[in-house]
Ligand binder design. Sequence first.
Ligand code: HEC
Ligand code: HEC
Length: 217
Amino acid sequence: MIRIQNKILTCLAALALLAAATAYAGESADEIKQRIGSGNPVAGKTMSSLCQGCHGELGVSLDELIPSLAGQYASYISTQLRSYQSGARTHQIMNAMAMTINDAELANIAAFFASQKKMQGNGSGDNPVAKNLFLKGDAKRGIPSCTSCHGTNGKGKAPNIPTYPVIGGQHKGYLSVQLTHLRNSERSDSQGGVMNKIAKSLTDAEIEALSVYLSGL
Ligand code: HEC
Ligand code: HEC
């Protein structure tokens, strides 16, 4: 019985992937599949109803301080949840949330959000300070271009390197909080503290400019 159910779910997942692949211009079915990983997005849809209450039904949240998860790498979502669980990343609500789900549920939930159309800004955040940092970085301060890790328009680095989250089209308020926390190492769970080093010398004005710019992409 369980085996049949699993077969049906796998079948539905394949159909969902197919639908997703035709719906999202610019991304191949293979790229979307890689982003989703090993979880089952169809099962994850039901399991994530609580998460959807804050992160949005399709992973696009309506609150500036709640990150969108639509089109985010499944593996990044899972890693962050485990960081909240271990306390490496702290946030009262998310620390509590992370305690309640096991690995199998998490893979499916992450797959569901990853299978959604990638978060998308409205293009209104263009400004020279941020654009310059984003595309060129600042060698004098040891800041590489953001695109070198986060990819063109911050939509992820091809071919799908899930260590580097999608940041283009993310909420401005959330981005600004994260960059500030990364700057003062309140959040310091990235491998080798790479984002801490990058954010360390950013000024308040640059963080504001980057957050506006990134949210528009
Ligand atoms: C009550 C609201 C709420 C609920 C319910 C909730 N979240 Fe969150 N989530 C947040 C907030 C707020 C943040 C930002 C926390 C921070 O600043 O670190 C967040 C952050 C995250 C992040 C980090 C995203 C990133 O880009 O780094 C992930 C992943 C995440 N949540 C997944 C989930 C999952 C999966 C569930 C369901 C099990 C869930 N959340 C339930 C409010 C919520
Ligand atoms: C050398 C690679 C690298 C470069 C260059 C880089 N980042 Fe990151 N960034 C990362 C990694 C890795 C993470 C994930 C951190 C984690 O796992 O907690 C990250 C996370 C982030 C986050 C948090 C996203 C979220 O959803 O919570 C923001 C915002 C961000 N980077 C902005 C930037 C900006 C702006 C620049 C350019 C000034 C930049 N990054 C350059 C590697 C990089």
